[in-house]
Design a protein around this ligand. Structure first.
Ligand SMILES: [Zn+2]
Length: 391
């Protein structure tokens, strides 16, 4: 194909780039493998802690070793884990881990878990991608507000006052508190009475400042048929409705219709953690994503990149497909505590890797454009038709 026949879609795809080598993700994964190969619970937890410590480092391990090859002391990393790190830095793999996996008799289960870690970024890689000026795409400094987080009104632990203060301190112009709706009892979903009381608390927060606005959202649960656990009347009580799957996340059967029904619901503005995957644990919903994305694009529904490190949902690979389908995006932390607001940075890194223009991301819009879209998403909708012609 000659360059002049290339569609804008393909040029986006050409720009999307995988991380060169996320060594901390590789080593964190190997330590998880080693954890699952252990015969005793304390040893398993020890290696899980070591894996979490590596994945949370701000710096890649390649940059932490001295020129003499010495690894500095890292909290949570014992001698066994340090050996896995040294082996992997030297050779790209760990004979120690492979031997332990073989001896455990659990290679099948561990290989299955490995496959469920694809396209997850370590914290060090997130920070590297945010700093990489050779990449186009959204920046942390222009991110205007986070549209998924949980407060003490459902399964989070912060008050709405704490959340507003923390978001304002991060330089946001706005944020949405999106507690779970009443259908999700396990997550302390809010009744409509509680939602009215929460609105009162949010109004009080907003009355104190002009430079920051807290929106009241709701994370509605998508049931097996794609219906929400809030009625359309109830949905009107909120300024932004997210819809998210929380069940049937380990099934091999196709669930395209379930998600299509959800994104066609006129109350929905954001499809949150669209797959419901969890790193090393579950793959989440199986669907014909091109159809889901085309429908979302036509409805003006934003597809979320959820920045919770265990979710990273969508990741940059599937996000590039959503971009090609003409989708809008929401990049959110899904924080359940104010320290977790930094998870939005994971979402921004995936968006940069997928070369999503900031103009297609609702969190980069000024408040008035955001509010306009919330009141009428079709204003920002793009027909998927021009993109489908390629197929
Ligand atoms: Zn959720």
């Amino acid at each position: 194909m000659t360059p002049d026949t290339r569609t804008p879609v393909e040029s986006h795809q050409r720009q999307s780039r995988a991380p060169v080598s996320d060594i901390n993700a590789v080593i964190g994964g190997l330590l998880r493998d080693l954890a699952f190969a252990q015969a005793t619970q304390p040893k398993m937890f020890g290696y899980k802690r070591a894996a979490a410590a590596v994945l949370a480092l701000d710096t890649h391990l390649t940059e932490l070793v001295t020129p003499e090859g010495v690894l500095p002391r890292i909290a949570g990393i014992g001698p066994g884990s340090a050996r896995v790190i040294s082996e992997t830095l030297d050779t790209g793999g760990s004979p120690t881990v492979e031997r332990a996996v073989d001896e455990s008799g659990r290679r099948g289960d561990i290989e299955r878990r490995r496959a469920l870690r694809a396209h997850f970024l370590s914290r060090a890689e997130v920070l590297r991608v945010l700093r990489d000026r050779s990449m186009a795409g959204p920046t942390l400094s222009d991110y205007a507000g986070d549209l998924q987080m949980h407060s003490e009104w459902s399964d989070g632990n912060a008050t709405v006052e704490d959340i507003a203060r923390a978001c304002h301190a991060r330089g946001y112009a706005y944020a949405a508190v999106t507690d779970h709706s009443h259908g999700l009892k396990i997550a302390g979903g809010m009744s409509m009475q509680e939602a009215a009381e929460q609105r009162h608390a949010i109004d009080q927060v907003n009355a104190r400042t002009d430079s920051f606005r807290l929106l009241q959202g709701i994370e509605a649960n998508i049931d097996a048929d794609g219906q929400l656990d809030v009625s359309s009347d109830e949905a009107h009580a909120f300024e932004v409705v997210l819809a998210a799957p929380h069940s049937r996340l380990r099934r091999a059967q196709d669930q395209t219709e379930r998600l299509m029904t959800a994104v066609q619901n006129p109350a929905v503005r954001i499809l949150a953690h669209p797959r419901g995957r969890i790193t090393g644990s579950r793959a989440g919903v199986v669907a014909d994503w091109d159809r889901v994305f085309a429908t979302a694009a036509g409805s003006g529904v934003a597809i979320e990149i959820d920045g919770d490190p265990a979710r990273q949902d969508l990741d940059y690979v599937l996000a590039a497909s959503a971009l090609a389908a003409g989708c809008l995006f929401a990049l959110d932390s899904d924080a359940h505590a104010t320290e977790q607001l930094s998870y939005a940075e994971t979402a921004i890194a995936h968006a940069r890797l997928a070369s999503i223009p900031a103009d297609r991301i609702v969190n980069y819009w000024p408040l008035d454009r955001l509010v306009d879209w919330l009141s009428d998403p079709r204003k920002e909708a793009r027909s998927g038709v021009q993109y489908q012609e390629r197929a």
